[in-house]
Ligand binder design. Structure first.
Ligand code: PLP
Length: 481
């Protein structure tokens, strides 16, 4: 590694990225390339001799950028946001520069210790119960994704109960969630060996705001116990992926407590909003939870990846996930003086991700982060008003946080608007002027407009709405609706 070369190339790369952000609005938000476009543009083997840095940069401009969907565009309204910020970016730089693999405390004490401290900071901003802080039996850990967070706590809960009732009772273990839970939960159950027939999906509807109905949950537990099964895990959501709906944590939390079940709260997207006192009530009931997760990489200005998971009792994770081969043994770990985060996650190796979260929290400060969230929620409310002012559209469910769910109304019966709305979505996205996505709720095709990109301003929301309206008009004319 030649430091002077790093300095030279590093400056050029920072310039390149700064220019990218400056000109980001000129790119189509959704990449317009066709599958395998890149195969024709690049050689089919790695070069034998080093190439020039400038040639690589030129290829990024000409060959890579066209195949990029611009998540950081102010006109990106798809899925949920994946935030980037200068602070997060700089944190990533220092993480890459140091490039430590901090699986055990000794492999970089600062990596473990900063993570413990920063997750305590964030827990305090979210006003999580003290049991989630590192001062007790629990604490926070950064996972790559909310999916990994669900998996590790499911494994911990599974092994905890099997330790009590015997490992051959796996076929009796039952898990619960609503039909709005993220697909990550099903995947985690598959990996954890939960029997498919023991996966209870509680149906939700508009009457419960697409949250879990506690009565249905209680009844399902009762029925399973009658059948000789063992309810042991609930995956609840604050801010579901389809509609941002919120499960009633207090009621369902009480039920899990009565039945001695592990209660996980997945607030991957909406958790960030709960740093604002006026939205913190969505987490009321988190005191019943055994584990809680939110993705700072979604809506808290921290570059991917940074999924924050807190548990009340870390020993459940460690008992399930710890391995201790000879080559990793060291005095600090043996004396149980330190946290070794390798035992709180699936992989061994781990990046120094707390640096970027620490930099975000320090370089913004909590008040600016709260204002950032509030502004997006304000913009989502503006978008909702715009939709409501056009009688060709309807708002499908209450706008929660910064997600607006709406649909173009069919004036004749075309499969209840399925084709019409999917046509509109494709037409809008292929303009490249904005990108948004869809879902199905109560068997209806719904358009989702998720505000949350760091660069989005009011003008982007207004202009995007105009594009949607124009495309709706074109489709209406073409199909003589
Ligand atoms: N949970 C919820 C509620 C989500 O909205 C998402 C993604 O949007 C996930 C989990 C999965 O997130 P990740 O990509 O971090 O696994």
């Amino acid at each position: 590694m030649d430091s002077e070369q790093l300095r030279e190339y590093g400056h050029k790369m920072v310039d390149f990225i700064a220019d990218y952000y400056k000109s980001i609005e000129k790119f189509p938000v959704l990449s317009q390339v066709q599958p395998y476009y890149l195969k024709d543009l690049l050689p089919d083997a790695a070069p034998d001799q080093p190439e020039k840095f400038q040639d690589v940069l030129d290829d990024i401009t000409k060959k890579i950028i066209p195949g990029v969907t611009h998540w950081q565009s102010p006109n990106f309204f798809g899925y949920y946001p994946g935030n980037s910020s200068i602070a997060g970016f700089l944190g990533e730089m220092i993480c890459s520069g140091l490039n430590v693999i901090g699986f055990s405390w000794i492999t970089s004490p600062a990596s473990t210790e900063l993570e413990v401290i920063v997750l305590d900071w964030l827990a305090k901003l979210l006003n999580l119960p003290d049991q989630f802080l590192s001062s007790g039996h629990g604490g926070g850990v950064i996972q790559g994704t909310a999916s990994e967070a669900i998996l590790v706590v499911l494994l911990a809960a599974r092994d905890k109960i099997l330790g009590r009732i015997g490992r051959n009772s796996l076929d009796k273990l039952v898990v619960y969630s609503s039909d709005q839970v993220h697909a990550a939960f099903k995947k985690a159950c598959q990996i954890a060996g939960i029997y498919t027939e023991n996966f209870r999906v509680l149906k939700t509807d508009a009457s419960s705001g697409y949250g879990i109905d506690p009565k249905k949950f209680d009844q399902a537990i009762h029925d399973d116990m009658e059948a000789g099964l063992i309810p042991f895990f609930l995956c609840s959501t604050v801010g579901t992926t389809s509609s941002a709906s919120v499960d009633p944590l207090v009621e369902i939390g009480q039920i899990t407590e009565e039945n001695d079940m592990w209660f996980h709260v997945d607030a991957a997207y909406a958790g960030s909003a709960c740093i604002c006192p006026e939205y913190r009530h969505y987490l009321d009931g988190v005191e019943y939870a055994d584990s809680f997760c939110m993705n700072a990489h979604k809506w808290l200005l921290t570059n991917f990846d940074c999924s924050a998971l807190w548990v009340k009792d870390s020993s459940a994770l460690v008992n399930s996930l710890s391995t201790n081969p000879e080559f990793l043994k060291n005095k600090m770990s043996e004396q149980k003086k330190v946290v070794d985060f390798k035992d709180w996650q699936i992989p061994l190796g781990r990046r120094f991700r707390s640096l970027k979260l620490w930099m975000v929290l320090r370089l913004y400060g909590a008040e600016n982060l709260r204002e950032y969230i509030r502004n997006h929620i304000k913009l989502a409310n503006l978008f909702e008003q715009l939709v409501r002012s056009d009688s060709r559209f309807e708002i499908v469910c209450p706008t929660l946080f910064s997600l607006v769910c709406f649909r173009f109304l069919p004036s004749n019966d075309d499969n209840d608007g399925y084709e019409l709305n999917s046509m509109l979505l494709d037409a809008v996205n292929s303009t490249g002027q904005l990108f948004f996505t869809h879902t199905i709720i109560s068997d209806k095709y719904i358009l989702r407009f998720a505000v949350g990109a760091a660069l989005t301003e009011e003008r982007h929301v207004r202009e995007s709405w105009k594009v949607i309206q124009n495309q709706a008009t074109i489709i209406s004319r073409q199909h003589i609706l």
